[in-house]
Design a binder for this molecule. Sequence first.
Ligand SMILES: [Ca+2]
Length: 73
Amino acid sequence: MPTFWSGTVTPSKAHYTFDPNSEAYTDVLDDVIGQNYTATNIYDLDCDGSIGLGDVMIISENWLDGSDEALSR
Ligand SMILES: [Ca+2]
């Protein structure tokens, strides 16, 4: 990143949603990317901050229909 940098950051990571979806920066002096974003794993279904057995159980109970599509993505 150049010392002075302006632009719009749109974070993305598979299976995560971000709040905000993007944010504009002007004359960025330091590496601030990421500090203002809240990343939420869309598979953290019981919202305990991690992917664990509870989430897998919810997936298996609600979305698995005989294929493994829900878990393979
Ligand atoms: Ca969880």
